[in-house]
Design a protein. Structure first.
Length: 423
């Protein structure tokens, strides 16, 4: 049975087929464990009344060996038809061709939000003093910015043409070493900004979170990242004026009427329960996440910034191995949930890989389709396993007196807790 869409709502059947890509490297180990845990939680939560049937599709090295293509058209078609899917880590082919299979999937299906929630689990060692204060959700724009892949290599005829266009047609004269430069283009659109910021605001309002922060480098890139800030604020003030407090408006009031007037507006809005829309320069934000992470809840940012931010925040709570992710188009309903780490070829086949990233991504998938009871069972079981001092070796090696479990053992520990009556 497939998900169907009725206007803006996904209709999810009780017996649901979900396409999946097993993944390369450690994907062959973490994907089966994740599926068994998901199946167990669904069976326990709904007493057998709901069921997931897994449908394998191909991408990466496995796809290339079987079909001659790293990303077969059939895989894209299946994800489009079934609306949601989940994938393990994929190897990006070396050399010419597809620069990144992950980027190709996101752009082909227009999955414009990279959703990355970051939280700490009790019992996991962290490099910061108070990791419990790190609890953020990043909305990273997924289709524009530098990652659009519009670039030309130094010394090629294309780079020469682009250089000539810049100097002759556009009057650009400040390229330091023009003849030895490669070039890239950074597209940032009003439409792309608005749909990302709208998704972030809707999420924050639905979850009753206190703020959405626009993170950018508009102080330097005034028309691209500066446009992102401006268009984000304009969207918030135009579509959510009755529910949000815009710090941009507060700044205007302060400039025109003074600090007291701005403070009065802020206090009244805050006391009435309005959510705050604020912005911060990206480098200052990275510093602030270490000094005062509790100041932020939902982050909306561009593609490259979001890559840095999500990985730094993951490190603050224990590492990329426990960081989930999703790529979503909230308009079409399509979503692919994924492990955020790489294929880890150095440990592939040894049975010690950490399935937590893919498992927590499956939790996000269950929440996305409204199967929240099953999602909660998995999260609660993981919390208990970590709290009692058990984890896979990547976490155990950094934590004193922690018991290291293999991939399958870790999965069994979680499933045993899901089976337990007290969970």
């Amino acid at each position: 049975m497939k998900i169907k869409k009725d206007k803006d709502k996904l209709i999810v059947p009780d017996e649901l087929t979900i396409p999946y890509i097993k993944g390369d490297g450690v994907g062959a180990e973490i994907t089966p464990v994740t599926q068994r845990i998901v199946d167990k939680s669904v069976a326990r939560a709904y007493n057998g009344k709901r069921l997931i049937r897994w449908k394998e599709v191909l991408a990466g090295e496995t796809a290339f060996k079987r079909t001659g293509s790293y990303l077969p058209d059939e895989t894209i078609d299946v994800f489009r038809e079934y609306y949601i899917g989940i994938k393990g880590p994929l190897t990006t082919p070396v050399g010419e061709g597809i620069r990144s299979l992950n980027v190709a999937l996101r752009q082909t299906l227009d999955l414009y939000v990279c959703l990355r929630p970051v939280r700490w689990f009790k019992g996991i060692e962290s490099p910061v003093r108070k990791p419990e204060n790190v609890n953020m959700v990043i909305f990273r724009e997924n289709t524009e910015d530098i990652y659009a892949g519009i670039e030309w290599q130094q010394g090629t005829p294309e780079a020469g043409k682009f250089l000539q266009f810049l100097t002759s047609e556009m009057g650009v004269s400040n390229i330091r070493f023009p003849e030895t430069s490669s070039f890239g283009v950074k597209p940032v659109s009003k439409e792309g900004t608005e749909r990302l910021v709208r998704a972030a605001i809707e999420y924050a309002l639905a979850k009753k979170l206190p703020s959405v922060t626009l993170v950018h480098k508009g102080n330097i890139m005034k028309f691209t990242e500066g446009g992102f800030e401006r268009w984000g604020y304009e969207l918030a003030e135009r579509e959510y004026a009755d529910r949000v407090l815009s710090m941009s408006q507060c700044k205007k009031i302060m400039k025109e009427q003074g600090e007291d007037a701005a403070l009065d507006v802020f206090v009244k809005a805050w006391s009435s329960g309005k959510m705050v829309i604020q912005d911060v320069i990206a480098d200052a934000f990275l510093q602030n996440t270490l000094l005062k992470p509790e100041s932020y809840s939902v982050i909306a940012t561009l593609n490259l910034n979001g890559d840095y931010i999500s990985d730094q925040l993951a490190a603050m709570v224990g590492g990329i191995g426990i960081a989930p992710g999703a790529n979503i188009n909230y308009s079409s309903g399509h979503a692919i949930f994924e492990a955020t780490h790489g294929t880890a070829p150095d440990i592939a086949g040894r049975g010690i890989a950490n399935p937590s990233s893919l498992l927590l991504s499956s939790v996000m998938m269950l929440e996305y389709i409204g199967w929240n009871e099953a999602a909660k069972l998995i999260t609660s079981a993981m919390e208990q396993v970590f709290a009692r001092g058990e984890s896979t070796v990547d976490i155990a090696c950094c934590t004193p007196n922690r018991k290291a479990l293999g991939t399958a053992q870790f999965g069994d520990a979680i499933m045993n807790l899901i089976d337990a009556e007290e969970l």
